[in-house]
Design a protein around this ligand. Structure first.
Ligand code: ASP
Ligand code: MG
Length: 481
């Protein structure tokens, strides 16, 4: 056999595809069987699998943590017991008796560790973000362990990799940022030998750890981001986000039955959409893919033959608007200063927002006033108090930011006039084109958000005959798992 033949596909530089499966794509035995079928269909390339926790588990763990830290350990343990039984039942239906025995021993150990974390919370009564990350990371540990066993059982050789040993972040618990150099190095060191031996690495998404080995997480919905981090580190040729909707849609199909799948989006459009409230992709996902120019495909694990949405560097050639979103629960902060708006004031405003981990959606300034739109936040009264030390501040909540996103908006001034015409009878404030010129957004009362989206969607995406591609889509634009 020649040297070349002995090399694995990975060593020959063949394509690696990172496939991320969300919570609903691993929620039960049929879902995991489908996952295995989809991964097998990619064996012509080299798959790397990233999985979320089983659907609902992250919320249940959070609930258990809250209960334990309020002294209700009984309720917390009961919740965890249900999670355990669910994993056990899945293992039982997916594995042979001997594999089940080994996995059961592993899972039991993990669940005991989880129970002692809850006992610790009952004593300390302190459930901060660091403690939350520790607790939530169990969900993805369980799911990735289970999925790798199920893959091996189905003769799909898999190797479980604890993502906490390779994705290394800062200590911003709850929304940690990767330390890129060490993460890239560790991912390459850990995944290369597995790929070289022709096996499929399986990692939990969302979870990571700090340099000191303390568990951290990448923010809710962060498994998408994990997939992009892995893909960028190992030079993958494609990221696939497997979810329970047919792709990224023109708007929330729960609001508009005529919403349809967007075939192609640019990285920038996808980032804007995620930023403005479309939860189908975690907002940070796009950056590493864009940096390494790796296409991202959003696909439906219940309908794997669908074309999904392809996100690449190429701009879409659409009609100007690619999608319409609404971000609810937005607060407007009006900051007025007699001395005028200068760099020092801006600096203070951003400093205060940063200190309270409050992200800005949109900002506008004039000579003596700064308007900032932020997501509603428990720390708002504190933020307002802090800002009142330097300026007059007023705020209004229950607003919604309706946003049109499209690479071609900038080339089509008629988009803005059509928006005005469509919602001319509504009380609309702060109409603004984003600095990227790819977005046009405005503020309405939350109660008017749905109607604005519906009207704009009919104006920009006139009804089409239902086709095979987007007929019958009824699941969520915003709650893909
Ligand atoms: N399981 C985590 C969550 O529910 C991460 C994810 O699913 O992407 O947020
Ligand atoms: Mg998600």
């Amino acid at each position: 056999m020649s040297g070349l033949q002995r090399q694995s596909r990975f060593e020959r530089g063949e394509d690696v595809v990172v496939m991320k499966f969300g919570g609903t794509s691993v929620e039960d035995a049929p879902a995991i069987q489908r996952l295995i079928g989809i991964v097998k269909s990619r064996l012509g390339v080299q798959p790397v699998v990233v999985v979320s926790a089983l659907a609902k588990v992250t919320d249940q763990l959070l609930e258990a943590g809250n209960a334990a830290s309020k002294g209700n350990l009984g309720a917390a343990l009961a919740t965890v017991r249900n999670i355990y039984v669910r994993h056990e039942e899945l293992a039982d239906s997916l594995l042979s008796a001997s594999a089940y025995g080994s996995l059961d021993r592993e899972l039991r150990g993990e669940f005991q560790a989880l129970e002692s974390v809850l006992q610790g919370l009952e004593i300390s009564r302190h459930f901060d973000r660091k403690a939350q990350d520790r607790l939530l990371s169990f969900g993805e540990c369980f799911s990735s362990t289970l999925v790798s066993w199920a893959m091996n059982e189905a003769e799909l050789p898999a190797a479980h990799v604890d993502a906490r040993t390779c994705i290394i972040t800062d200590a911003r618990h709850g929304q940690a940022n990767p330390l890129w150099d060490v993460t890239n190095q560790r991912l390459r060191d850990r995944l290369s030998p597995i790929l070289q031996s022709g096996n499929v690495p399986v990692l939990g998404g969302f979870i990571a750890s700090t340099l000191d080995g303390v568990p951290s997480t990448l923010g809710r919905g962060g498994s998408d981001f994990s997939a992009a981090i892995v893909a960028a580190a190992i030079g993958a040729s494609r990221v696939e986000i497997w979810t329970d909707v047919d792709g990224v849609m023109t708007t929330d199909p729960k609001l508009c039955s005529e919403a349809r799948v967007i075939r192609k989006l640019s990285f920038e459009e996808a980032a804007d959409l995620a930023h403005f409230g479309a939860k189908v992709l975690h907002p940070a996902t796009v950056a590493p893919a864009m940096r390494e120019n790796i296409p991202v495909h959003v696909l439906n694990s219940r309908r794997p033959e669908g074309h999904g949405t392809e996100i690449t560097a190429r701009a879409s050639m659409g009609i100007g608007v690619s999608a319409i979103t609404a971000k609810r629960d937005v607060v407007v902060l009006e900051i007025q200063s007699q001395r005028g708006v200068d760099a020092a004031l801006l600096n203070t405003v951003f400093g205060v927002l940063e200190q309270h981990t409050c992200t800005v959606d949109v900002m506008g300034t004039s000579v003596d006033r700064i308007s900032v739109l932020v997501a509603s936040n428990l720390a708002l009264p504190k933020i307002v108090d802090d800002l009142r030390r330097v300026a007059d501040v007023s705020w209004e909540n229950h607003k919604a930011l309706v946003c049109l996103v499209g690479e071609n908006i900038r080339r089509q001034p008629e988009v803005a006039s059509r928006v005005f015409a469509t919602i001319s009878d509504m009380d609309v404030r702060v109409l603004c084109q984003g600095a990227s010129e790819r977005t046009l957004s405005f503020l309405v009362d939350e109660s008017k958000a749905d109607e604005s989206v519906r009207r704009l969607h009919s104006a920009f995406f006139p009804r089409m005959e239902p086709s095979r591609d987007w007929g019958g889509i009824s699941s969520a634009f915003c709650q893909a798992g």
